[in-house]
Design a protein around this ligand. Structure first.
Ligand SMILES: Cc1cc2nc3c(=O)[nH]c(=O)nc-3n(C[C@H](O)[C@H](O)[C@H](O)COP(=O)(O)OP(=O)(O)OC[C@H]3O[C@@H](n4cnc5c(N)ncnc54)[C@H](O)[C@@H]3O)c2cc1C
Length: 58
């Protein structure tokens, strides 16, 4: 793995994932740093929108 990147993005939520996608598409090398075990933050959570009345729908 390289240790040099054009851009380092902190946070793998929707904004971070979208930023990295655009940067990579434009030819930049990126490192995405995410504090949790999975990308997406609240938009990837396991809330049950029916039973708990909370959740994310896109
Ligand atoms: C209950 C709930 C329901 C929602 N429902 C909808 C919906 O139906 N439709 C909709 O369009 N939007 C919805 N939203 C809003 C949507 O989820 C947010 O707008 C979106 O997640 C914001 O994305 P973000 O990347 O800015 O932030 P986040 O999703 O919060 O991502 C930030 C990321 O940065 C990481 N991070 C933070 N600090 C560090 C650090 N120091 N180092 C490394 N990583 C770090 C976090 O772990 C996280 O993964 C909802 C939000 C909530 C809370």
């Amino acid at each position: 793995m390289t240790s040099e990147f054009d851009v380092i993005v902190v946070g793998g939520g929707a904004a971070g994932i979208g930023a990295v996608r655009r940067l990579v598409d434009s030819g930049a090398s990126c490192l995405l740093l995410e504090a949790s075990q999975r990308l997406g933050c609240v938009s990837a959570c396991n809330f049950d929108p029916v039973r708990r009345g909370i959740g994310v729908q896109f």
